[in-house]
Design a protein. Sequence first.
Length: 179
Amino acid sequence: MRIISGKYGRRRFDVPTGITARPTTDMARENLFNVLNNFIDFDGITALDLFAGTGAISFELLSRGAAAVTAVEMARTQTAFINKVKAMLADDNLTVVKGDVFKFIDSCTRRFDLIFADPPYDLPRFADVPRLVLDSPVMGPGSIFVMEHPREHDFSALPHFMQHRAYGKVNFSIFSRPE
């Protein structure tokens, strides 16, 4: 895993073989962050990384100046890896929550400036994730939500849809709730 830009830019971390996550490719992540730079200043934001996997998005956000990032991941191997990298970076602005994303969304009352979700593509409730995020308190006025998905899904009819981006096989739907 490579952090692309910011204070941790160009740092690489060896992902353990037992990780079952499908990490967002470097190319797709770099392009997504280039797009997001037009909508948000990462310096000082609060961010939520749902289905965090290797934590690549969380670490990219921290590297670019996010004040607080919460990474939610259920798998033990992935959360152990995220915590290991967090310790290596000695960055206390990351909170790792080992748990079910759906339960987290149901119980979280905190609002975030940026929410990113990259659920496993074979997740039974995959198509429900955008609506759950958009209808929850994590998404407040001025928040941006990014959903990574395969091309078979089209979320453009959902409220607050802003744009769709595709980089190879990786697709992002971006939502923004007006202030």
